[in-house]
Design a binder for this molecule. Structure first.
Ligand code: PEP
Ligand code: MN
Length: 337
């Protein structure tokens, strides 16, 4: 349930209203955009009588949210969520670019790619240490050693690191060592993992499950938010369709739908969507054109010999060229990269 506050309401009336709602066992999530104040209510909302609420001073409108996601709902907050981490902002007029290899392979590999993507203007370094591979015989990542190497790359370049967490048992380590925790497509509905990352405050990059609807995706975000972690970043990474030319089908309309339905930042991963490196630049530009808040792109110094996802990885040189184009597009739209 949300309450839209009458703009003429003073602070004393707001505090009074908030107190009354809290006494009824609800939590008030207050937000304002300078013009409007919204009370987003969670907790025992069923006990509240909307008609009674409407008669209280300061209340302009009471709306029951029909969607099954509340805190992630655009109506629940007066402004877009800006996720702040490691001195950087994700969302708003910032175009975030996260780049790096699918998986960390060695110190020289991750440090050299980190330096290259940093020089080109990336804001974050990505690198998988724990890899969710479809085949148990495929390279599963360097695991803990991979995290150590990511930290070396961060120290060498200053780039914050994004890495995928696959198990609740690794939460403490990820919370302490990683700047943005990625939850992969295969774990989008791993509810124990979602609840666990909801307990911390580090940002979570939540990727869309390959067969998940927009509503299911937002309900997964809600699982994290309802535990208290509101630093959620959504990522469209392609969905399964009948088409086999590409690895997945990039659902660019999902960016628009997610931004319509939610206040959370939305990134696009053109690499896993296409599975083909030659499409990555064009899809990146298309994603920015439809309003994505940023991109996560796989970059490898030697794609032909990558241990994971080489065919969809672009080289540092191509990434640098792409950044020039993205900068130009961002400038046209009064956004910064
Ligand atoms: C990845 O980012 O390397 C990855 C495994 O992505 P996804 O979960 O989208 O498949
Ligand atoms: Mn990958």
């Amino acid at each position: 349930m949300i309450i839209i506050i009458n703009p003429s309401t003073n602070e004393r009336q707001l505090a009074q209203l908030q107190q009354e709602i809290e006494q009824a066992g609800c939590v008030v999530n207050r937000s304002a955009d300078g013009l409007r104040t919204i009370f987003g209510l969670t907790g025992d909302v069923a006990k509240l009588d909307p008609e009674q609420l409407k008669s209280k001073p300061g209340v302009e409108k009471v709306v029951r949210l029909k969607e099954p996601y509340k805190k992630a709902n655009r109506l629940f907050r007066a402004t877009n969520t800006l996720v702040q981490t490691a001195g950087r902002q994700i969302g708003g007029d910032q175009l975030t670019v996260i780049a790096g290899p699918c998986s960390v392979e060695s110190e020289s590999q991750i440090v050299s790619i980190a330096a290259a993507v940093k020089a080109a203007g990336a804001g974050f370094l990505r690198g998988g240490a724990f890899k969710p591979r479809s085949s148990p015989y495929s390279f599963q990542g360097l695991k803990e050693e991979g995290l150590e190497l990511l930290k070396i790359a961060r120290a060498a370049t200053g780039l914050p690191i994004v890495s995928e967490i696959m198990s609740v048992s690794m939460l403490d380590r990820f919370e302490q060592e990683v700047d943005v925790l990625q939850i992969g497509a295969r774990n989008m509905q791993n509810f124990d993992l979602l609840k666990a990352v909801g307990q911390i405050r580090k940002p979570v990059l939540l990727k869309r499950g390959m067969s998940a609807t927009i509503e299911e995706f937002l309900m997964s975000a809600e699982y994290i938010m309802v535990e208290g972690n509101e630093n959620v970043i959504l990522c469209e990474r392609g969905i399964r369709t009948f088409e086999t030319y590409t690895r997945n089908t990039l659902d660019l309309s999902a960016v628009l739908a997610l931004k319509m339905q939610s206040h959370l930042p939305v990134l696009v991963d053109p690499s896993h969507a296409a599975g083909l490196s030659w499409m990555v630049e064009s899809l990146s530009k298309a994603a920015v054109a439809v309003g994505a808040d940023g991109l996560i792109i796989e970059v490898h110094n030697d794609p032909a010999n990558a241990k994971c996802d080489g065919p969809q990885s672009i080289t540092p040189a191509r990434f640098a060229d792409l950044m020039l184009s993205l900068r130009a597009i961002a400038q046209c739209e009064n956004r910064v990269v």
